[in-house]
Design a protein around this ligand. Sequence first.
Ligand SMILES: CC(C)(COP(=O)(O)OP(=O)(O)OC[C@H]1O[C@@H](n2cnc3c(N)ncnc32)[C@H](O)[C@@H]1OP(=O)(O)O)[C@@H](O)C(=O)NCCC(=O)NCCS
Length: 187
Amino acid sequence: MIRDSHEQDVGAIQAIYAHHVLQGVASFEEVPPDMDEIRRRRRDVLDRGLPHLVVEQDRRVLGFAYAAPYRLRTAYRFTLEDSIYLAPDVLGKGHGRALLRRLVELCSQDGFRQMVAVIGDSGNAASIALHASLGFERVGLLTGVGFKFGGWVDSVLMQRPLGPGNRTLPPPGPNHRTLPDTASPPS
Ligand SMILES: CC(C)(COP(=O)(O)OP(=O)(O)OC[C@H]1O[C@@H](n2cnc3c(N)ncnc32)[C@H](O)[C@@H]1OP(=O)(O)O)[C@@H](O)C(=O)NCCC(=O)NCCS
């Protein structure tokens, strides 16, 4: 089941994310954020009106995904970046695809126009395949922009349009999606 995350899910989300911070290079963080920080990041996403989802099975949270501003300068306001992490024992079973598909659906319905994935590392076959299977195209490679576990780490950039993408203009006039460029990113 894919659903909105709840405050009570923060412990499970923190544990899943901490695993990937400590064991892999998908995240460029090196010290796992604690529960208070995960709670703050989730609240920041929700305060922006963006989706923060979990996949749940037999009352266990198996993974999470959320959308955040791609960048905070206001002209980026129709572009989002996705984040998605699953528990290590449930990889490759289709949960990632279900979660990301729902995230894309919700963000498209909400009038956003582009979604960007910043994927660590070039060898992250699962994430690259997941995004490709949902219509993301590889648009760039930032070589060696990270350094983790004693080695250089690339960022693979993938992108897909949401809704009409850049084929039409957004509705005219100011709207609530004008994100202040002074706010701190959810990371
Ligand atoms: C990346 C991740 C979210 C994908 O979720 P998942 O549930 O494992 O992937 P799914 O089973 O939904 O598979 C999605 C697609 O990727 C492919 N895939 C999954 N794992 C793969 C692997 N190890 N190698 C190659 N392809 C893989 C599947 O075949 C599927 O493609 P298809 O739809 O064309 O058949 C998950 O593996 C994960 O949490 N990885 C660690 C953290 C991470 O890298 N997060 C992404 C940060 S950018």
